[in-house]
Design a protein around this ligand. Structure first.
Ligand SMILES: [Zn+2]
Length: 219
């Protein structure tokens, strides 16, 4: 479903703001004070409208970016090598599955031997970071023979240091991304509440105006 730029409440608020802007624009002030009041009202209503448009558009762009990221997952080619026949090629993932170690991998279908295989890397940023850390932890710990795994496997200290740095960098990036998602979500939630409050308030005000129980500038 295509996302809309404005929420139901925001659209309702625009209608209410238009009503009050029109009301004030058509009002003929009887003195300087009233003239100023009308100008201030129009300016305030316009400011609310501009703010809502600005936030809603930024939110729309932001959500579209998240969505594109998710979509890209299935439209990005990966350089892979079939575990069964060794065929090297570039493929789109056929699907994804969670394996026994708790990570989610893409799987591919080999065009040569028709077997299913994965590329050995988790397919999310978050899981990639966890995976990088778990590999490092494994290599840095002792194996069954009491030797450190990376020494037993002939992996140099320099390579280990590179791996450690990469794992730390990935973890940091994931944390920052999660923080920014959370902040955005909270911000949009607060903003929706603010818009709903405006709608509730202006609906009552409009009712008062229509019923003729209120004069301009009175609150
Ligand atoms: Zn194959």
């Amino acid at each position: 479903m295509e996302e809309e730029t404005y929420t139901k409440d925001e659209k309702e608020l625009f209608v209410l703001l238009k009503f009050f802007k029109n009301y004030n624009s058509n009002y003929i002030p009887v003195n300087e004070d009233e003239k100023k009041m009308v100008e201030n009202n129009i300016r305030d209503y316009q400011k609310i409208e501009d703010d809502v448009i600005e936030v809603a558009n930024a939110r729309f762009e932001n959500l579209k970016n998240y969505e594109n990221e998710t979509k890209k997952k299935w439209t990005t080619f990966h350089d892979v090598e079939c575990h069964h026949c060794g065929f090297k090629t570039s493929l789109l993932p056929k699907g994804e599955e969670k394996t026994a170690n708790g990570f989610t991998y893409f799987y591919f279908m080999c065009p040569k031997c028709n077997e299913k295989f994965d590329n050995g890397f988790p397919n999310t940023f978050k899981e990639s970071a966890e995976y990088a850390e778990s590999v490092y932890t494994y290599l840095d710990s002792k194996g069954p023979d009491g030797r450190i795994n990376h020494i037993r496997l002939g992996i140099s200290k320099g390579t280990m240091e590179e791996m450690r740095k990469k794992a730390v960098k990935l973890q940091k990036a994931v944390k920052e991304l999660e923080k920014s998602y959370k902040k955005d979500k909270e911000r949009y939630h607060q903003f929706a509440k603010l818009v709903a409050d405006h709608v509730a308030f202006l609906t009552i005000e409009k009712y008062k105006f229509i019923c003729g129980s209120k004069a301009i500038g009175e609150s």
